[in-house]
Design a protein around this ligand. Structure first.
Ligand SMILES: NC(=O)c1ccc[n+]([C@@H]2O[C@H](COP(=O)([O-])OP(=O)(O)OC[C@H]3O[C@@H](n4cnc5c(N)ncnc54)[C@H](OP(=O)(O)O)[C@@H]3O)[C@@H](O)[C@H]2O)c1
Length: 275
């Protein structure tokens, strides 16, 4: 794992999956981590594992799709200035349930609220604070679904395409400010998200393997990272085909989605102690 210069690290969606793998990969003596997600228990479990590696960790239970939640979380972190690194990994998956003809409207609205509106609100709030400080790095978790939209998860694909577009705009806006923006577009990574995906999962990767690629891209100062490479190449080749051929080839990868009910809203301010 590369030795990165970030000491104060905020990870939205740091309780599970890719966000938790990134937290664990960067946890160590001298590191300060702030993790947020809606459910308190998985947050505390990840925080415990990071503390065991010597990091100081604070948790916040919050729903980033709620207006003001992103700014409030960053204000709480920012007594000594903004974090060095802000990772926006909070996201949900949703789409067409088994046997249904389309995606329920509630799912579409929720996916856009979290993956697009919530992610943008957090990135905007982070960018504002980092620009004033003249330094910082933002990482946005998009998806290969932005490059090849999924007919069984159209709102999810749209949310990630919107995020990819936003990342380009934000990067241009922040040029010369000392603040970097990395857009990460993963293929299938074995998390709660892929457990919801009822269908084939080609080139499935583990969260630590995904985290390692992301940290290497940060180390190299990259603007954009899409992986695994074989999937990126396959999508590029598919795009050269006439639409009818492409759709015929992709038919065997159609899937359905076990949509999850959102967790109950956080009741108390779930602040974890410092480790
Ligand atoms: N796994 C894949 O195959 C894959 C592929 C491409 C892109 N991605 C993207 O990578 C990111 C991480 O996904 P993952 O696979 O690690 O999923 P995951 O295991 O389901 O983790 C998602 C994280 O986001 C948090 N979260 C969800 N909604 C939130 C909200 N409203 N406010 C605050 N936190 C929220 C979750 O905690 P709570 O549920 O407790 O809030 C959890 O910590 C997502 O943006 C996802 O779309 C994943």
């Amino acid at each position: 794992m590369p030795d990165l210069p970030y000491r104060r690290i905020a990870i939205a969606g740091g309780s599970r999956g890719i966000g938790a793998a990134l937290a664990l990969a960067m946890a160590g003596p001298g590191q300060e981590l702030w993790l947020c997600a809606r459910e308190g228990l998985p947050l505390e479990e990840t925080a415990r594992d990071c503390r065991a590696k010597g990091a100081r960790v604070q948790c916040r239970s919050c729903d980033l799709s709620q207006p003001g939640a992103a700014a409030a979380w960053l204000d709480e972190i920012g007594e000594r200035g903004p974090p060095d690194l802000l990772i926006v990994a909070a996201g949900i998956f949703g789409g067409r349930p088994d046997g249904a003809e389309g995606t329920p409207e509630t799912v579409t609205r929720q996916v856009i609220a979290v993956n697009l509106t919530g992610a943008l609100a957090l990135a905007e709030a982070g960018a504002l604070r980092m620009r004033r400080a003249g330094r910082g790095q933002i990482v946005l978790l998009g998806s290969l679904a932005a490059r090849d939209p999924l007919p069984d998860a159209p709102a999810y694909s749209a949310s990630k395409a919107g995020l990819a577009c936003y990342a380009r705009a934000l990067r241009a806006d922040l040029a010369g400010s000392g603040v970097g923006v990395l857009l990460v577009e993963p293929g299938h990574v074995e998390t709660r998200q892929t457990a919801q995906h009822q269908g084939s999962l080609p080139l499935l990767m583990s969260p630590p393997a995904a985290a390692e690629r992301i940290l290497r891209a940060l180390d190299r100062g990259r603007d954009c990272l899409a992986f695994p490479r074989r999937a990126v190449l396959a999508l590029w080749l598919l795009d050269l085909l006439p639409t009818a051929w492409r759709l015929a080839l992709l038919r065997r990868h159609r899937f359905s989605v076990r949509n999850l009910a959102p967790p109950a809203p956080p009741v108390a301010r779930g602040r974890g102690g410092q480790g």
